[in-house]
Design a protein around this ligand. Structure first.
Ligand code: SF4
Ligand code: SF4
Length: 204
């Protein structure tokens, strides 16, 4: 499979680039396509040739549709490896997170619905409690996953998910990596206020 072609769109390139730069805090225009980021991407084998440098190029050239919804945006694990390699200190993890939020705000059907469910439950839990409580957020995620699959009448997918998660939960409990407690962060109100501010900025 070859790298995806870019649909160049000069009219929307400038405003789109500005929006992504403002929201992510990353200077995408400094990228000179050296591909050092691409060489070390942790999920490089799973993104259908969507490398960090290609994603940046898509934004710069105004290919909004593909930049908002592609395998890298949904599969990036925010490991920051690409950012540590970049000579211009561009943190692609912040760009993928920004594009993911923009795709959600535009209600685009995600290429990876399961990851979208997980991301949504994780972010909401963090904002609600000021930190992520594993049991609460996993419960919310499983609920989202189940409701979506009930609507699509994919009952087998629910069963598979329950089996997978139960197995994982058992292993993590054995390794003492499972936390059953429930904590609320002291700065929860400040975190909510920050989120409100960032939402307001995004809509102006
Ligand atoms: S390492 Fe940095 S400058 Fe090089 S292609 Fe990647 S983002 Fe662009
Ligand atoms: S932060 Fe995302 S894009 Fe960068 S190396 Fe890690 S997985 Fe790849």
């Amino acid at each position: 499979m070859a790298a995806p072609a870019i649909d160049i769109n000069p009219d929307q390139a400038q405003p789109f680039l500005k929006e992504v730069m403002d929201r992510s805090g990353q200077n995408l225009s400094a990228c000179y396509q050296c591909r050092r980021c691409a060489a070390g991407c942790s999920v490089g084998d799973e993104t259908d040739f969507f490398t960090p440098n290609l994603l940046i190029r898509m934004v710069v050239l105004g290919d909004r549709e593909r930049a908002l919804n592609n395998q890298l945006v949904w599969k990036c694990v925010s490991c920051y490896t690409c950012g540590t390699r970049c000579p211009n200190d561009i943190q692609t993890a912040r760009i993928t997170e920004t594009l993911k939020k923009m795709a959600k705000a535009e209600h685009l059907p995600p290429l990876q619905p399961k990851i979208a469910d997980f991301h949504d439950a994780f972010v909401r839990s963090g904002i609600r409690w000021g930190r992520v409580n594993e049991m609460e957020f996993m419960g919310a995620y499983e609920m989202k996953f189940a409701l979506r699959n009930i609507k699509a009448r994919q009952f087998g997918a629910i069963l598979d998910e329950v089996k997978t998660q139960a197995g994982l939960g058992m292993k993590m409990t054995q390794l003492r990596r499972m936390h059953f407690g429930f904590l609320i962060a002291k700065g929860r109100k400040e975190i909510k206020a920050l989120q409100r501010k960032s939402k307001q900025r995004a809509t102006h």
